[in-house]
Design a binder for this molecule. Structure first.
Ligand code: BGC
Length: 806
């Protein structure tokens, strides 16, 4: 290693130690090698299999039992089970890599080749880096023709595994070793596929990467994406390769021909701000409307080991709900599951619409050859509506359905879906009258669709409507009344639980200091009040609160399992969960995670992560679900329902537009109100309305100039006001210091509480100061200061979560 390299590594290692020292990674981790929760191993395998997507199969898979498989690629041993950072840092009891999985499954592998990889990996141990400086890939073992030719003597079958890491606080990049293959990987693929007649290429990745090379490979090829499947990855994948299980995953994102084809490519990753110029045309909405030819594998696509036919049965509209029935028949020779997908095309009208929008989906049970199943899609007509943020339709700030014909398309993916029905609307229908909320402050040009004289849909650009509201007066008109303070009357939180007293009576007794303490967590991560290694504790953080029966509530990450020093099950990443398209399965997985939380002492799971995959390079896409808000919202709701079955709660995050990791604490996501509502908030809206989560976490970034944790318009006007959310809103870890532009006397915690963000997590600043920072109470009772009613409102939201624990 060159001196400069060494010095850099030493520097980052010490930075990493400081960061970890401030978080919860000090001290020993527990060890175990058995399952943490009975039955979890089998369920994890099932989810990993249902989330594995088969994109190409020239009769390669499944391998037959008498074939010997030569496995290439170091990732066979150094498997990426999950991404790095809070969404992956789970102390798993064990992790099964591909080679162990194949052995467990009894698949015959080329042992000589496996031994060569094993020795090479030992000599070139994987360096997992430090916080935010994770590797994006691992150096590959260079191959020569002799070795590959020798391996090919064993059989015709090869597996080539390519791996990519993913991680929090680090973006992927459009370079070799991240979005693109390295030279060694290319060479490996070319050599193996030139020499072996049958090759299964496996992508052990956290999100979309370039696959344009697939067309140039020789021989018979299969392309399989198990993503990062958690601790049971190897066993699940081996059962798919052997044919014991079927890969029934379908893509939750589009794979385009080139990175530049993604509509956000030119406006992504900038430090200060990014204009969301593609507007509502994210993912397949863009490709199906404007650039069909740029797609390699469309949204919703995936093969299995058998075939299905979908046929439309009937449809009708009644009381604002469209019911469409179809049947799915297994026409192949093996049992399998299919996902029936329903898309709609709204008339272009004045607003311009994407050519396809996913409006419903259904995964069948396993169907035997020849067996069929009836599928019923239920589509509330709101799913067909567009938000008019400009007033073009004469209905500014309303969800409208423009007049014309609404086509319904049934299929196995967005591209092959065929028109099966039409719903006609003779005149425009206003579905919801709302107000202008969180519009951009500065204009920029956004992509729009319009109908050309020849009837084709073409792109056009228009200026985004900018903000016209007076936030100060809106906030002042909605300040909550204070509950007169009574001093301690001996009411305990249990008395509220039993119905003897009201929450207001309990809250009335609290002193200002107690109220302040309820609106922030304990000062640091790994609070001594909770299980070792916790992400933070809130609620009973003062002795006087605990004396009144307020319990400390423990929050732990996260999306891929419970992050503590104790051993916990390591789950498949968000991309896998979404690729299952199976809400019931996800719900049952998270019900089991709930029981594990009970056992390990976690009350609130800091997940699911549910930001939209705006761009394939976002470092945290692995935690999130999809480029589509319906699939995102439904998957998140399943997670929330699952955890709540045991009486604990989840915390969907990051509200909202946390679509990149570059400069994530400062970057401003500038996005039209229409795109916010139809794309970036829609998943949250679905999740809130369908599963009523008890917590929501704001995002690090700004949205149209306002940080998530200070965002009155998103948190109070939309989340609570429009959607009826009544739970607790917490910050993402710590917050940025700032004064309110509308109320300059309010800064930091007072600014946050005025926005309706209940809880600062953790409660201190990053340097572990063990006293409140004073910003909340400083202006209490002063002109233009924070009011008692606002502090009490936040404290009561937090107490509502505490009540769940007693
Ligand atoms: C992440 C959150 C996470 C929190 C606690 C932050 O860095 O953005 O998603 O829940 O840390 O670990």
């Amino acid at each position: 290693m060159k001196f400069k390299e060494k010095a850099k590594r030493m520097f980052f290692n010490s930075v990493g130690k400081v960061v970890n020292g401030l978080s919860q990674n000090e001290g020993d981790y527990e060890k175990s090698n058995g399952p943490v929760t009975e039955g979890m191993d089998k369920l994890l395998q099932k989810v990993a299999c249902e989330g594995t997507v088969l994109l190409k199969n020239d009769g390669v898979l499944p391998f037959s039992a008498d074939e010997t498989i030569s496995v290439f690629g170091r990732v066979q041993l150094d498997w990426f089970y999950v991404g790095y950072g809070s969404g992956g840092d789970v102390n798993a009891p064990y992790r099964v890599n591909l080679i162990d999985g194949l052995k467990n499954e009894g698949v015959r592998i080329n042992d000589e080749l496996a031994a060569i990889y094993s020795a090479w990996c030992e000599d070139h141990p994987a360096d997992h880096g430090v916080w935010g400086k994770w590797p994006r890939y691992l150096e590959e073992m260079p191959l020569d023709e002799g070795l590959v030719t020798e391996a090919a003597r064993y059989s015709d079958c090869a597996v080539v595994v390519i791996g990519r890491a993913a991680g929090e606080d680090l973006e992927n990049i459009a370079e070799k070793g991240s979005y693109f293959l390295t030279d060694d990987e290319k060479e490996m693929l070319t050599l193996v596929t030139d020499i072996f007649p049958k090759t299964a290429v496996i992508l052990n990745i956290g999100g979309v990467m370039d696959v344009s090379w697939i067309a140039s490979l020789k021989g018979r090829i299969a392309l399989l994406i198990p993503w990062q499947g958690g601790m049971e990855s190897g066993d699940a994948l081996a059962s798919i390769l052997s044919g014991k299980e079927e890969p029934s995953g379908r893509l939750a994102d589009t794979f385009a021909k080139s990175y530049a084809d993604y509509p956000s490519a030119a406006d992504f990753g900038k430090k200060d701000f990014n204009n969301y110029t593609e507007d509502i045309f994210v993912g397949y909405r863009f490709f199906e409307t404007f650039r069909k030819e740029a797609v390699i594998y469309p949204f919703g696509y995936g093969l299995g080991y058998t075939d299905f036919e979908l046929s439309f049965t009937e449809a009708n509209e009644k009381n604002g709900v469209i019911t469409l029935r179809a049947s799915v028949i297994n026409t192949g020779t093996r049992a399998g599951k299919e996902t029936a997908e329903l898309y709609a095309e709204a008339p272009q009208g004045l607003l311009g619409k994407p050519s396809r929008v996913l409006v419903s989906f259904a995964k069948t049970k396993e169907l035997a050859p020849g067996e069929s199943a009836d599928v019923t899609f239920t589509v509330p007509i709101e799913r067909l509506a567009s938000y008019d943020d400009s007033g073009k339709t004469g209905h500014k700030s309303c969800y409208v359905m423009e007049k014309g014909s609404y086509g319904f398309f049934l299929g196995k993916n967005v591209r092959d879906a065929k028109k099966v029905w039409e719903y006609k609307l003779p005149r425009i229908k206003v579905l919801q009258k709302l107000g202008e909320v969180s519009a951009p402050k500065k204009a920029f040009s956004r992509l729009a669709a319009k109908t050309a004289p020849n009837g084709c849909t073409v792109n056009a650009y228009e200026s985004v409507p900018t903000a016209t509201t007076d936030l100060r007066s809106i906030i002042l008109a909605h300040l909550p009344a204070a509950i007169p303070q009574t001093g301690d009357r001996g009411i305990r939180l249990e008395d509220v639980k039993s119905g003897q007293n009201t929450l207001n009576e309990f809250a009335a007794q609290l002193s200002n200091d107690e109220l302040e303490a309820l609106t922030r967590g304990d000062y640091a991560m790994n609070s001594p009040l909770g299980a070792s290694g916790n992400g933070g504790v809130f609620g009973g953080v003062l002795p006087s609160l605990r004396e009144k029966g307020v319990p400390p509530v423990t929050a732990t990450d996260g999306p891929s399992g419970i992050r503590l020093r104790a051993c916990a099950s390591l789950l498949p990443i968000g991309a896998v969960l979404a690729s299952t398209w199976n809400e019931k399965l996800i719900e049952s997985l998270y019900a089991l995670v709930g029981t594990e939380m009970q056992k390990l002492g976690s009350d609130v799971l800091l997940g699911p992560g549910m930001n939209i995959h705006r761009n394939p390079l976002c470092g945290r896409n692995f935690e999130y679900f999809s480029e589509d808000p319906l699939l995102t919202g439904k998957t998140a709701a399943a997670v929330v329902r699952g955890v709540e079955t045991v009486g604990l709660s989840a915390c969907p995050k990051h509200f909202a537009c946390n679509n990149q990791e570059t400069n994530r604490n400062h970057t401003d996501s500038r996005v039209s109100e229409r795109a916010l509502r139809e794309i970036y908030l829609k998943g949250f809206e679905i999740c809130v309305k369908e599963s009523e989560p008890k917590n929501i976490m704001t995002s690090y970034n700004k949205i149209n100039g306002v940080w998530g944790h200070y965002n009155y318009e998103l948190c109070t006007t939309i989340l609570r006001g429009e959607w009826g959310y009544s739970g607790n809103i917490m910050t993402d870890w710590w917050m940025q210091k700032s004064a309110s532009p509308e109320f300059p006397k309010l800064s930091d915690n007072a600014y946050r509480v005025r926005a309706g963000v209940d809880l600062l997590m953790p409660g201190g600043d990053r340097m572990k100061k063990k006293v409140p920072d004073g910003t909340l109470l400083k202006t209490l009772g002063r002109p233009d200061g924070i009011t008692l009613g606002e502090i009490q409102r936040c404290a009561k939201d937090v107490l509502t979560i505490c009540l769940e624990k007693i």
